[in-house]
Design a protein around this ligand. Structure first.
Ligand code: SF4
Ligand code: SF4
Length: 445
C-alpha cells in the first residue's frame, strides 16, 4: 500500500478522534478540558481545580519527553502523519483543488496554477470558501478543549456578553485560513519552531526520508551547497533515471536527492513516486523511509538504542506518576482566612474568633458538609447546620468559634493551635482539614 493512502487513512482517524473527543464524557466530565472559565482541568474523568494542578508538571514532562522520543525515533513523523497544517494542506491542495476542482495535479506540485480564465478564478474562489468554512470549524473544535461544546454554542447565542470567546473563534479561524490558503508550506519552513529544533534530536539511526546515494548515484557535489554534479562526473551504473518525479511531487519544492533538508515535512510523496518508477525495473525505491545507518549497512532500522530507551523510561515514569497523583487527587478543597480583628469580647465576657472558609466541592455530586474542631474548650456557634454545596461548586461561609473553657487573665494574647475539619455526611471519605489558631486575649487594662 502506498504511504499516501496510509497517510490519508491516518488523517481521517485523527480528524474523527479530534472532533468526537470533546463530546465523550467519563463521570460527566470531558476526557480533556482546560477550562479557564471554571478554573479546572478535566482529564480522563477526573476534575482538577486550578489550585491542585500538581498533575500539570507531569503532563508537561510527558509532552516534552514525548516530542523528544518520537523525533529521535521517527524523525518528523508528526509533520507528515498528524500535523493539522499538513492535513489541511492535503485537503485543500490535493483533495479540493486537485481531485475535485482539477486546478492542479497531485503528482506535480511545482507547476503554478493557471488562473487566467474566469472558470479557474471561480474555482479558486470556491476552494477559498470551502477551506474558510473548514478552518472555522477547526477553530471551534480547538476551542471545545477549553470551553465545553454545549457552553460554546450557548455563549455564541449571546455574543455581546462573550466577546472574548467570539474573538478567539474568529481570530483562530482567520489565522488558520490565512495559513492554509496563503502561507502554505512556508509556515513549515519559516514559522514552525518544531522544524528548527528537530535536527538536534536526530542521530544516524533516526528514521527519515533518505535518498540511497550508493544505488542512485550522487547528483550533487556538496550536500551543503547543493551544487548539481556535471553529467560526466556521474557514475555510469547509477540507478536514478533522473525522471524528476520525486522532485515534482514534493510540496515543499526540494530535491531529496541533495540530502536531508530542513524543509522536508516527511510526507513520503517522493518515496511513493520513486517506488512506482523503480517498480517498473523490479527494483526497490531509491528514496526510502529509513535511517542513514540502515541504508549504509543495508540493515533494519535500530529503534532501541541508549537515547530512545532513556526517553521511554522517563516517559513511562512520568505517565505512572501522573496517574498516581491523579488517583490521590482531592475531592474537597478548604481555604481559611481570618478577618482583621483577632477576637471579639462580648458583653457576657465570652470570647469568639471568626474565620472565613472557602469550601470547594470537587466531587460531581451534591454534598452536605459538617465542620468539627479538634479543641475540647472551643465550640462552634456558627454555622449550626450542615452546609450544602452542589457538585463542582464552591461556597464561602463564616465560622465562629467560642471559648467555653475556664476564663483566664493571661499577661499576653494566647494563640491556641486548632484543626478545623470538614467532612461530607454522605461520604465520610470526602474530608479535609486545615490547621489554624484561636486567639485568646490578654488581660484587659
Ligand atoms: S523518482 Fe527515483 S528515479 Fe526518478 S529522479 Fe527521483 S530518485 Fe531518480
Ligand atoms: S522531500 Fe518533499 S516529498 Fe519527500 S518527504 Fe520531504 S517534503 Fe515530502
Amino acid at each position: 500500500m502506498q504511504y499516501r493512502l496510509k497517510r490519508y487513512i491516518t488523517y481521517c482517524c485523527i480528524t474523527l478522534i479530534a472532533c468526537i473527543l470533546p463530546f465523550i464524557q467519563i463521570n460527566q466530565n470531558q476526557i480533556f478540558l482546560l477550562s479557564f472559565d471554571h478554573k479546572e482541568l478535566h482529564l480522563l474523568g477526573l476534575v482538577f481545580s486550578m489550585q491542585e494542578l500538581y498533575v500539570m508538571p507531569f503532563l508537561l514532562i510527558i509532552l516534552f519527553v514525548g516530542i523528544f522520543f518520537i523525533t529521535t525515533l521517527l524523525g518528523r513523523f508528526w509533520c507528515g502523519w498528524a500535523c493539522p497544517q499538513t492535513i489541511f494542506r492535503v485537503i485543500l491542495r490535493d483533495l479540493i483543488e486537485g481531485k475535485i476542482l482539477k486546478l492542479n495535479k497531485i503528482s506535480n506540485k511545482q507547476k503554478t496554477q493557471d488562473l487566467s480564465t474566469w472558470s479557474a478564478k471561480l474555482k479558486k474562489l470556491i476552494s477559498f470558501l470551502i477551506i474558510t468554512v473548514l478552518c472555522f470549524c477547526a477553530s471551534a473544535v480547538l476551542l471545545f478543549y477549553f470551553v465545553p461544546p454545549s457552553d460554546f454554542f450557548t455563549y455564541l447565542l449571546d455574543p455581546k456578553d462573550h466577546l472574548v470567546l467570539l474573538g478567539f473563534w474568529i481570530g483562530i479561524g482567520a489565522f488558520f485560513t490565512f495559513d492554509i490558503f496563503f502561507l502554505k508550506e512556508n509556515f513549515c519552513i519559516y514559522v514552525c519552531p518544531y522544524s528548527r529544533v528537530q535536527s538536534v534530536l536526530f542521530d544516524e539511526d533516526t528514521q527519515s526520508v533518505i535518498y540511497d546515494e550508493r544505488r542512485g548515484g550522487a547528483l550533487f557535489d556538496s550536500h551543503k551547497e547543493r551544487i548539481p554534479l556535471p553529467l560526466k562526473q556521474r557514475i555510469p551504473e547509477a540507478e536514478c533515471i533522473e525522471c524528476q518525479k520525486c522532485v515534482k511531487v514534493c510540496p515543499t519544492h526540494i530535491d531529496i536527492r541533495a540530502g536531508m533538508q530542513l524543509e522536508c515535512i516527511n510526507c513520503l510523496e517522493c518515496v511513493d513516486a520513486c517506488t512506482s518508477v523503480m517498480g517498473k525495473f523490479q527494483k526497490p525505491s531509491l528514496v526510502q523511509w529509513s535511517s542513514p545507518n540502515a541504508i549504509r549497512q543495508n540493515s533494519k532500522i535500530k529503534y532501541w538504542r541508549t537515547k530512545t530507551i532513556g526517553y521511554s523510561f522517563v516517559l513511562t515514569l512520568s505517565i505512572f506518576l501522573a496517574f498516581f497523583m491523579g488517583e490521590k487527587h482531592d475531592q474537597i478543597l478548604l481555604n481559611i482566612t481570618r478577618p482583621t480583628s483577632l477576637y471579639t469580647i462580648h458583653t457576657d465576657q465570652s470570647i469568639t474568633n471568626e474565620y472565613i472558609l472557602l469550601i470547594e466541592n470537587l466531587n460531581q455530586k451534591n454534598q452536605d458538609f459538617i465542620i468539627s474542631i479538634s479543641h475540647p474548650d472551643l465550640e462552634i456557634t456558627r454555622p449550626k447546620h450542615k452546609i450544602l454545596i452542589k457538585g463542582g461548586q464552591k461556597r464561602r461561609t463564616v465560622l465562629i468559634l467560642k471559648y467555653k473553657g475556664k476564663l483566664q487573665n493571661p499577661a499576653r494574647d494566647l494563640s491556641i493551635p486548632i484543626t478545623i475539619k470538614i467532612s461530607s455526611t454522605q461520604n465520610p471519605s470526602i474530608t479535609t482539614q486545615r490547621r489554624t489558631v484561636f486567639i485568646y486575649p490578654k488581660e484587659q487594662p
